[in-house]
Ligand binder design. Sequence first.
Ligand code: PLP
Length: 380
Amino acid sequence: MIPYGRQDITEEDEQAVIAVLRSDFLTQGPQVPAFEGAIAQYVNAKHAIAVNSATSALHIACMALNLGKGDVLWTVPNSFVASANVGLYCGATVDFVDITPDTYVMCPDKLEAKLKKANTEGKLPKVIVPVHFAGQSCDMRRIGSLAVRYGIKVIEDASHAIGARYLGALVGNCAYSDIAVFSFHPVKIITTAEGGMATTQNAELAHRMELSRSHGVTRDADLMQNESEGGWYYEQVAFGYNYRMTELQAALGLSQMSRLDQFVARRNALAQRYDLLLQGLDVKTPAQASDSYSSYHLYPIQVDDRARVFAELRENGIGVNVHYIPIHRQPFYAAMGFHKGDFPVAENYYDNAISIPLYAGLSDADQDTVIEKLGHATRG
Ligand SMILES: *Cc1c(COP(=O)(O)O)cnc(C)c1O
C-alpha cells in the first residue's frame, strides 16, 4: 500500500532518541527548550511552547486568550475536529466560517460578512481559528485586519504548515495573529510521534501557555505570590494541565528539523509533478494563491463519483484518504443545531474530495503508479 502520508525517519533520528534514553532526563530536561528555541528561531517568533499535541497547543492558546463560558470561537468546517473541539474544552460555543471554493481555506469575504452581522447582534466571537489547510496559508493580512477592526483574537491552526510561507515569511511568525500552532503527528511535515508547538510574539501569552501546559505550577520566584520556603518550593498560580512534551519527542523533533526545508522542497516538487501529470485526467487539482508557498501536507483533488474512485484506489494499493468531513456534519456538532447546507462550499468540496499520496519519501516511481491508478479509476 502506498499511504497518503508517512513519516521519514533516519538513523540520525534514531540515534537522537537513543541518546536521550541513555541520558539523565526523559522529561523536563534540555531537549524541549532546545527544540522550542530551534522552532522559534526558524519561524522568527520570540516564543515557542512545546506540548504533547497540536490539540493541546490549541487548547492552551485558547486558555491564554481567556476563552471561556459565554464566549464564542469560530473556525472552518473543513478541518480536523480538534480545531473546533478546543473551543468546547474552554466552555465556549463554536461556530464556523465557510471556505473559498478554490483554496479551501477560511473565506475572508464570508468572515467579513459574518463579523458585520455578529457585531450588530452583539455576538462577536472572542477567538477565530483559521486553518492553513493542506499547508497553504489563509489570507492572513485580511483576516488579521478584520480581527483588529472587530477586536477579536486569532489563533492560526498551522498544523499542516510548518515550513510554509506567506508573503515570503515563514508561517508561525504571527505577523497577523496572536498565536500559531503546529502539529508533529507522523503524517504532518515533521514528527515527534505525538506533539505540538505554539508560537507567539507576545511574552504574556507565552507565559500563560507555559503555566497551563504544566499544572499551572511555577518554580520561578518572580512569579510566586508568597516568599519561597526553600529549594523544594513551588506554587500553583494558575489553572493547568499536564500537556508536556517528553525529551524523547523533542530530540526527535530537533533531529527532524535539520531536514524540514528538504521535506517541504520535496513535497513541492511532487505537487508540481501532480499538477503537470494530472492535467490530462478528469480531476480538479488544488489552486495555489500567489502570495503563498505551501508546505503541501496534503494534495487534495476533486473527482466525480468519489466513493467509487476511492474504493477502486484503495483496492489497488493506493492509500487515499479524505480531508475533511465538514465538522458541522459530525453527529456531535449536528446535535448543537448545525444542519446540512449551513456551509455549502465546504460541503460541496467534501463531496468530491480525495487526498492522494504525498510525503517526502514518496518516489517518482510510486507517484507514477498513483497517477496511473487514478487515471484508470477516474475513467470509470
Ligand atoms: C493534525 C491536526 C490537528 C491536531 O493535531 P494533533 O497533534 O494530532 O493533536 C489539529 N488541526 C489540524 C488542522 C490538524 O490537521
